[in-house]
Design a protein around this ligand. Sequence first.
Ligand code: SF4
Length: 68
Amino acid sequence: MRVTINKQQCVGCGLCEELLPEVFIMQNQKSRVKQEGLKKADKYEVLTIAEDCPAEAIIVSENADDES
Ligand code: SF4
């Protein structure tokens, strides 16, 4: 699983960090993905937060080289 933030779209609400601080961290009013935390994160939890993001700025993609 690959997770990226569309920084142009992110409105800096902080919801993702609040819900899953192991994966998302706010930096300069924008969310950033902690790759280390992402490895251990629950995929469905991440997907749910991506859906909850008011700006639809969390992009989740599946890769062929995905470990999970
Ligand atoms: S929930 Fe979405 S808009 Fe809010 S900080 Fe996270 S990525 Fe940005």
